[in-house]
Design a protein around this ligand. Structure first.
Ligand SMILES: [Zn+2]
Length: 334
């Protein structure tokens, strides 16, 4: 797991990577909160929290276990306004402490007994705005925070429409809302049924970001072509992209969100040294790549760790890594 990998770096390396101004584009709110914070939240609300969990590093832990953690544990604790506010604040603190200067969070609006989807979005937006307000004028450079609303593959087109409509409605009122993401367990179903909703994203001047080729088998034939036909701004993971489609992505200069530890710990890539980042960087010479954490609470990976691992597997110098990080900051923190 990533912590073992990280143990070989010196304290000086870790401090350098943390101090580097960084961009994070692929971070799910509920997967980014630490399990310790979730446990204390559960305790404070008298909610059950499992004594033992299938965790990264456990024998056989794989991507299915990640989705089980979300559905059976995290969503069971983060289910009212207070809990959601608490989680957003903790996640923002963690990224700021790790040297992140531009953060795009993402979350799937949920309807439960405590709130509907609209209220869910407003609680998240309110928590972000409150956090930013609380730090305005502080000495350290204030992190820019943006938000994507996520559509889950398992959603019906009605639910997807609701989420896209919320993004369209609130983006002009709350500058943090910048787009729509498509996420969810890629082993359970395709996305073709969501296309009518997703087609509304780009005409509304919002970004479209999609989890792409995360597992070897696509749930639907032609799924990847369908996604590319929507003209996405960014693609997450891109682990199992056929060569001709990778050519197309590179030709269009679409940004790829590279989640090293998420892929290795989740088991879709067998080792850091075999990660597709290496082929993209070295063989294809592609540079429109941004290192991301995906679910730092689950994978125990700080963004600064991802930078050290990338530097290691690509054989980059600190200077080269600083230049890569600076390019990302220049592109996103405008
Ligand atoms: Zn993700």
């Amino acid at each position: 797991m990533s912590l073992k990998h990280i143990s070989k770096y010196t304290q000086e390396d870790l401090s350098w990577a943390r101090s580097l101004p960084k961009v994070e584009l692929h971070a799910h709110i509920n997967g980014s909160v630490s399990l310790d914070d979730l446990r204390s939240l559960a305790l404070s609300k008298n909610l059950p929290f499992p004594a033992t969990l299938a965790l990264p590093g456990d024998p056989g832990f794989d991507i299915k276990d990640v989705f089980t953690l979300f559905s059976s544990t995290i969503y069971g604790v983060v289910r009212d306004q207070d809990a959601l506010r608490f989680v957003v604040g903790k996640v923002l603190d963690a990224f700021q402490a790790d040297g992140c200067v531009y953060l795009e969070l993402r979350t799937t609006p949920k309807k439960n007994v405590a709130m509907d989807m609209d209220e869910y979005v407003m609680v998240v937006v309110g928590a972000i705005e409150e956090w930013l307000l609380g730090r305005a004028g502080s000495q350290e450079g204030l992190m820019h925070v943006r938000l994507l609303l996520s559509v889950d593959r398992r959603h019906s087109v009605e639910q997807a429409n609701q989420i896209v409509d919320l993004a369209v409605k609130y983006a002009p009122l709350h500058t943090c809302i910048v787009g729509v993401d498509v996420c969810g367990d890629p082993t359970v179903g395709g996305i073709r049924h969501l296309v009518p909703a997703l087609q509304k994203v780009k005409p509304a001047a919002l970004k479209l970001v999609v989890h792409f080729a995360e597992v070897a088998e696509c749930p639907e034939q032609d799924e990847l072509e369908t996604i590319l036909s929507l003209n996405p701004d960014r693609l997450g993971h891109c682990t199992f992209v056929p060569s001709h489609l990778m050519d197309e992505i590179i030709k269009r200069e679409i940004t790829m969100e590279i989640c090293l530890s998420s892929n290795v710990v989740g088991g879709t890539v067998s080792a850091y040294e075999r990660h597709h980042l290496i082929e993209l960087w070295k063989e294809r010479g592609y540079r429109n790549l941004v290192l991301c954490t995906d679910d730092r609470g689950i994978f125990l990976n700080e963004l600064s760790h991802e930078y050290l691992i990338a530097m290691d597997i690509l054989g980059l110098t600190k200077r080269e890594m600083e230049e890569w990080a600076a390019r990302c900051v220049e592109q996103y923190r405008k």
